[in-house]
Ligand binder design. Structure first.
Ligand code: HEC
Length: 254
């Protein structure tokens, strides 16, 4: 391979127009990532009512808050003394199942009239438990993300982000003086973490214990792409190139 053909293709040596193109792209992508981070903080970050992203936020966003219907909260709190523990547990399980109407007709209507309707049905201003619809409203739980929304967000996320990582990785593949194994790993990592991230949403929808995978995924590709971003900008603009100097570049030693 003739050296004159090969060694232009590295970040300290590329021409000004390519440098401007790469830099403009990296700046736009950097800004986009900052805004995305901000948006995540404001939406998912507030899911548990507190600012800042936590495992709880991720659980609320994907799994939902399936243990906190007003009915369940009351049965474990202010209404605790109104029915024995087995009865309360039975009602709670029914609420967590989505308070199905057929079970109301066959069983829970009687349970509630035995324990609750002396007040809920007589006293004004509190929900009437002879009325299925009023019970169902109080039994409603938040099931988190729907399969439909997860499918939509997953494919948009994978296509969009893969595009970004492809070009960030392509630019970084022209970096010099980075050990070959490290370069190849850093280029592959964002894609690996992207899949982990999206997979974790589905797993968290199924079980809240997987929420930490979302944090690992997001942290992983942020770190890998920041490394590529900073290295690329640095090598294009700040790395001193001495005349006639050759760099250890994958494109030359492959
Ligand atoms: C002795 C009367 C009485 C009985 C019996 C009773 N409740 Fe209540 N319940 C009340 C009152 C009064 C309130 C309103 C309390 C408040 O808002 O501070 C209330 C509030 C509630 C709420 C909260 C509603 C909301 O707005 O969030 C739920 C849920 C509830 N009761 C469920 C039950 C269930 C289930 C039973 C039967 C196991 C039951 N209660 C039995 C008097 C009763």
């Amino acid at each position: 391979m003739s050296s004159s053909q090969s060694h232009w293709a590295n970040l300290p040596s590329i021409g000004l127009s390519m440098r401007v193109l790469f830099t403009s792209y990296l700046m736009a992508v950097g800004l986009g990532l900052l805004l995305a981070g901000g948006q995540i903080m404001l939406t998912h970050g507030m899911a548990d009512g507190k600012f800042g992203l936590s495992v709880d936020d991720i659980v609320y966003s994907y799994y939902g808050n399936q243990k906190n219907s007003r009915l369940e909260t009351a049965l474990n709190g202010i209404m605790k003394d109104k029915a024995p523990a087995e009865v309360r547990r039975d009602i709670i399980n029914w609420a967590r199942d989505g308070a199905p109407k057929d079970q109301w007709d066959s069983h829970y209507k009687t349970v509630l009239s035995n324990h609750c309707t002396a007040c809920h049905g007589e006293l004004p201003g509190i929900p009437d438990f002879n009325n299925y619809n009023q019970v169902r409203l109080l039994a409603e739980v938040d099931h988190g993300a729907t399969i439909g929304s997860l499918t939509r967000v997953s494919h948009i996320h994978i296509f969009g982000i893969a595009f970004i990582f492809f070009f960030v990785g392509l630019i970084f593949s022209l970096a010099v003086n980075i050990p070959k194994w490290l370069k190849e790993t850093v280029i592959a990592l964002p894609f690996v973490f992207l899949i982990i991230d999206v997979l974790s949403w589905w797993l968290t929808k199924w079980h809240p214990g997987f929420a930490w995978l979302t944090i690992i995924g997001g942290f992983g590709y942020t770190a890998a792409s920041m490394f590529m971003w900073v290295t690329s900008i640095y090598q294009m603009w700040f790395m001193k190139k001495r005349p006639g100097q050759r760099y250890l570049n994958e494109w030359q030693y492959d």
